[in-house]
Design a protein around this ligand. Structure first.
Ligand SMILES: [Zn+2]
Length: 298
């Protein structure tokens, strides 16, 4: 197998006169990951004999393209397929840059993509949103101009094997279709957004299942992986997963208590009842997690 090392300077490229950090970093013998947050969600690559399998694709296809071109050029490998952990745009909108014949996801994730294509992902919706936020997020506006949303071509119900060494398993939790990607040769797992390493998680999806999320975090810890690549934030260990599990457990208990005491969603937030966790730097994620807990347990 042909392995490559990207030097620090290689991780910085220029696009459209705007510098941005290229963080596709070698994290295992044949595993790469971008956990910089500069391209929406984390994405990764597994180098197999003769081919690259991508895990998620980031959000801005121009940025994804720069990373993909570099890895393809350095390794001489072709991009074989992409595995999608779930349907959220910060993991799938970069897909057109990957040029892969096959996009794999759970059937549930494909269904969610189809629903989004009929609503918030309609071309006119995306362009008008891009126009609204053009000043604050020029990279979103730019990517939206020639965005082609690609959806999965190959789906599975509960699990899928790829090239013998890779197992994709649907877990649910963050979204109903959320799946983990396990690269068995290196005892490595890509968790997708089941883990927001060192940040407050997004738990606002209409199919988010907090009970399931808690259980699957424990399952991943029990499986004792050597390398855990989260959906957002830096590479982490089991402790980080247990922290998330404890937070969701406390949230569930406190929302159940609040509901039994007749406390409303607004009162819950006003009284600052949400358990301590990472700061919600985006400002809206705490409210969404609490809202979802009220929906689930109310
Ligand atoms: Zn997500």
């Amino acid at each position: 197998m042909h392995l490559v090392h990207l030097s620090m300077s290689d991780r910085y490229m220029w696009y459209n006169d705007t510098p941005f950090p290229m963080h596709l970093t070698k994290v295992g013998d044949s595993v790469y990951a971008d956990t910089s947050g500069s391209n929406g969600g984390n994405m990764g690559a597994i180098l197999l004999e003769g081919a690259i399998v991508w895990v998620d694709s980031g959000m801005f296809h121009q940025r994804t393209r720069a990373m993909v071109d570099r890895l393809v050029e350095e390794t001489g490998l072709i991009s074989e397929s992409m595995i999608l952990t779930h349907w959220h745009s910060d993991h799938i909108f970069g897909a057109q840059a990957l040029d892969v014949p096959e996009i794999v996801s759970s059937e549930e994730t494909k269904r969610a993509c189809r629903r989004a294509l009929d609503s918030s992902w309609r071309r006119e919706e995306i362009l008008s949103y891009a126009e609204e936020i053009r000043k604050e997020r020029p990279e979103y506006w730019e990517a939206a101009q020639d965005l082609e949303v690609l959806i999965p071509t190959q789906t599975f119900e509960s699990s899928y094997r790829l090239d013998d060494a890779i197992l994709v398993r649907r877990c649910g939790g963050h979204t109903a279709g959320s799946s983990v990607v396990i690269y068995e040769s290196e005892n490595t797992i890509f968790t997708g957004d089941l883990v927001f390493s060192h940040e407050f998680p997004y738990a606002g999806d209409t199919s988010c299942d907090i009970d399931r999320w808690i259980d699957v975090l424990q399952e991943i810890v029990d499986d004792a992986y050597d390398l855990i690549i989260p959906g957002h934030g830096p590479i982490c260990n089991s402790e980080e997963l247990l922290k998330h599990k404890a937070f969701f457990g406390s949230l569930r208990a406190s929302v159940k208590d609040a509901i039994s005491e007749g406390v409303s969603y607004d009162e819950y937030l006003e009284r600052g009842k949400i358990p301590d966790f990472y700061e919600d730097t985006r400002g809206h994620r705490t409210g969404m997690a609490v809202r979802r807990a009220f929906e689930l347990y109310g």
